[in-house]
Design a protein around this ligand. Structure first.
Ligand code: GLY
Ligand code: MN
Ligand code: MN
Length: 446
């Protein structure tokens, strides 16, 4: 059942289409929806709309195709191809909006049945200066687009039209998606609110002997209970040494007295915006000396990194700030040796901290948008949202680099990450996930 309610913010979607078309120049864009994917024989995974298509349409059905035609007259610029109403199919999978709904409810200038794409595309693309289409992702639509493009090239010399260029829509579209408008930021606040609540509930419930899977159940129950679609990504519920596997999603071990528990979980809400939060705390409510030392180090690295978020800053600066704080702290604790600059330059910390400090967040958890253009790091602008998620993972999995100390057993099996979602504002930042506590006292109980 994939039928969505009315778009919450029809004007918002219309504004995005307008901005997108203004950037297309004379090119026409073809943006396909996602398709249903089956598993074990003929069961369908829950439908997940393509984020580019969703961003421009708010239309939540599979197999649709949106055309954006800035070269056409007003009233013919936004065309949707959709699955038509069909009682025999709708009785199985739910109501469809059909071509009428596509126009009346979703603002399309014109709508056609999806089966007529090949028949109409030729005419719609005529006189466009180029075709903006992402190759490689949508084979069924791609074959139609390439056929029309090839025909137009064949005719270009006789018709006197310039040869069409096939261009990628992503740079323009992803640049737009990178900067969230106020309505999008509100939706992200909601995704982060629910995600943060789930972390608070989980921490209150955890005790030694529970299974990681039971904690996952508590968290995901809360997501669904609050009306979210569910987890935005495979929830990571990792006790003790499991936390040193960055994408651990087995979640089937018992939680041991004396271990830490790392939970990396966030929900995806109805309009697909996501939260992405990690918290780490002691299973028995008390940090050991080593756990506390490393937790305080990761927390202070994270807080220093968040403090650098501002317009004109960069994700690279956020990363470098966290990295330097971690390396200096590890030198103080004797887990690294040498000087901080040399260690950073040689990457001699990577057996303890092997990922970067964050990523863009939005309709995709690892959201779209460039981090750098050549040597230039993209500057933070109001409306951008990024995660800030330093961590330390002390285990035997990676070799200790030459010149660095072997790790004493008392440190091993400690994996810590602290992750918040941070929006860039005109005059600084907002931590969207601040209601998930992270101070040392709150991580301890009793
Ligand atoms: N939960 C995925 C990530 O933190 O990047
Ligand atoms: Mn993340
Ligand atoms: Mn995460």
């Amino acid at each position: 059942m994939v039928h969505s309610s009315l778009p919450i913010d029809a004007q918002g979607y219309a504004d995005r289409r307008q901005r997108f078309m203004a950037h297309l120049g004379g090119a026409a864009a073809v943006i396909p929806a996602a398709t249903l994917v089956t598993h074990h024989a003929d069961c369908e995974w829950p439908f997940r709309q393509n984020s580019d298509f969703w961003y421009l349409t708010g239309f939540d059905e599979p197999d649709a195709v949106a055309l954006f035609l800035p070269h056409r007259p007003e009233g013919e610029r936004y065309v949707l191809f959709v699955n038509p109403r069909e009682p025999g199919a709708e009785v199985w999978t739910g109501r469809r909006w059909g071509t009428e709904g596509a126009v009346d409810q979703f603002g399309a200038d014109v709508a056609h049945p999806r089966s007529e794409l090949a028949q109409h595309l030729r005419g719609y693309l005529k006189d466009a200066e180029g075709i903006a289409f992402r190759t490689g992702h949508h084979p069924a639509v791609e074959s139609v687009v390439l056929e029309v493009w090839s025909e137009q090239l064949d005719r270009a010399s006789r018709r006197g039209a310039a040869a069409l260029g096939l261009v990628a829509p992503c740079p323009v579209l992803h640049e737009l998606r990178l900067r969230k408008d106020p309505a999008e930021l509100d939706r992200m606040r909601e995704a982060c609110r629910i995600s943060a609540q789930a972390h608070e509930l989980a921490r209150a419930a955890v005790k030694p002997g529970m299974n990681e899977r039971q904690v996952q159940a508590l968290i995901e129950f809360h997501f669904l209970d609050q009306g979210a679609r569910g987890p935005a990504y495979g929830s990571i519920v990792a006790g003790g040494d499991n936390a040193c596997v960055l994408h651990y999603i087995d979640n089937q071990d018992p939680l041991k007295d004396g271990d830490l528990l790392l939970i990396d979980a966030g929900c995806s809400i109805g309009d697909y915006y996501n939260g992405d939060i990690t918290r780490t705390f002691p299973v028995n409510g008390r940090f050991s000396g080593e756990q506390r030392a490393l937790y305080e180090l990761v927390l202070s690295a994270q807080e220093s990194a968040i403090a650098t978020v501002r317009p004109g800053g960069t994700a690279e600066e956020v990363h470098q700030t966290a990295l330097r704080a971690l390396v200096e702290g590890l030198l103080d604790l004797g887990l690294l040796a040498g000087d901080a600059d040399g260690i950073i330059e040689q990457g001699a910390y990577r057996h303890l901290y092997m990922h970067r400090t964050g990523h863009w967040l939005g309709l995709d958890v690892h959201d779209v948008g460039a981090y750098r253009l050549g040597e230039h790091h993209v500057e933070l602008d109001p409306g951008m949202v990024l995660t800030v998620e330093p961590g330390l993972y002390i285990s035997d999995r990676l070799p200790v680099p030459d010149g660095q100390p072997e790790i004493d057993d008392r440190w091993k099996g400690i994996g810590i990450r602290i992750e918040d979602d941070v929006a860039v504002l005109k005059d600084g930042y907002e931590v969207l996930t601040a209601t998930a506590l992270k101070d040392v006292a709150s991580m301890e109980r009793g």
